[in-house]
Write a protein that binds this ligand. Sequence first.
Ligand code: UD1
Ligand code: CA
Length: 465
Amino acid sequence: MAAGLGTRMKSAKAKVLHEVAGRPLIVWAVEAARAAGAERVVAILGHQLDTVRGVLDARYGEGQVEIAVQAEQKGTGHAVQCALPVLEGDSDERVVVILTGDAPLFASSRVADLARACLDSSSGMAMVATRPSRQAHYGRLVRDAGGRLLRIVEHKDATEEERAIEEMNAGFYAIKLGHLRAGVAALRTDNAQGEFYLTDLAEQAAGRGGAAVIEAPFAEVSGINDRVDLAEVAAAARRRINEGWMRAGVTMTAPEQTFIDADVGPIGKDVILGPGVHLRGAVRIGDGSHIDAGCILTDVSVGDGAYLKPYSVLSESEVGARVAIGPFSHCRPGTRIDDGAKVGNFVETKKTHLHAGAKANHLSYLGDAEIGSKANIGAGTITCNYDGFKKYKTVIEEGAFIGSDSQLVAPVTVGRGAYVGSGTTVTKDVPRGSLALARVRQITKDGWADKFREAQEKRDPKREG
Ligand code: UD1
Ligand code: CA
């Protein structure tokens, strides 16, 4: 169920599109269902239908997650009514698990437990109860003296006595499709909110012996209603993700300050993540690599034994084994750094391939470039890849040496093993094995400085300096 806007988020964006650990809330629910082995997943959407559908199609393939539309939100029971036509051909015996779209930490194992409890119950229905650790306006579970679940009463409809009940409805259900069909058709809106309550299915199940109830910790089921909840749940997700990686052999020097998206992985053994590291999107890291303080990696793969020194920022890049990067390097999309290459401080790369053992140790911009193995890029080298209209490529062949403070005006090629003298502006191809030099010849005037100073002092003896 993901049709609501989530008014309390105070957002232009539908609630289920807000993210926890890099994943929209709706994706968390879909992942839990799929991991539990769901044969079909149907998302009930309303607000920002097209945007939410786009997110699901992009991730799972078009139509893989089926869509039911609830154009107007008349309650959770109405939401499910809107989904039933999608399940039209399915058997009455099929178990339908209903998840609320705004509770991302609900475990896939719990989805499976819920389905099993439904199959085991003569009522053909199961639900999840929780005991909130703080005040929560949840539905209360009303049981009879024998413990049978009689009904769920919504907070707004509850008497003082009922509000004292601590066992509450977490908002997750499993029910056989036959009972669901008959049940939602019978729902009415004679309640405090004038809505179709899905929770009324519990009262119907009481007549069949009572719905089965499984319990889950509040931290796992608590839904997100506002941005305070969002931050709280995100912190809980982060703890869970980080604990998982630490148990898998990753060292975190400051786990509270390490931010790893849910879809990151694998991360190899003996990887060290320093404080303030962010791994976003799809990141993979090989064994024994060290990602030092403040590095931010988005959609990056790193080989074994690499060292990313502090405050390096990498996006959509591939880093090989034993590569050293940073501190303060910026690798933009399309960067490839092969085994043993080095990218040093204040080097920016974009669509650039440094082959094995190449080095750019200081202060460079390398864009749209192919840099051969063991080539050496001196401090301050700049590829001039853009003429204001188009981008052009720079090719530096194997073992070439680019002297400091050179500009390479693309398109241009520096041949294998060639030298470019410091301060050269290279505008023409440099053949292999040659030297290119393009700078003003140095003039040296003997004693010029001494004479100059003397003359100045005579003219103005009081002048300091
Ligand atoms: C619901 C339960 C309540 C339970 C609580 C747990 C009902 C009547 N009440 O309350 O017993 O304790 O969840 O969080 O079900 N949605 C739709 N269409 C709608 C209404 C809701 O898709 O017409 C979706 C929302 O987008 C959300 C989910 O259903 O993802 C839950 O809706 P919400 O309004 O938050 O439920 P509550 O009224 O809080
Ligand atoms: Ca509501």
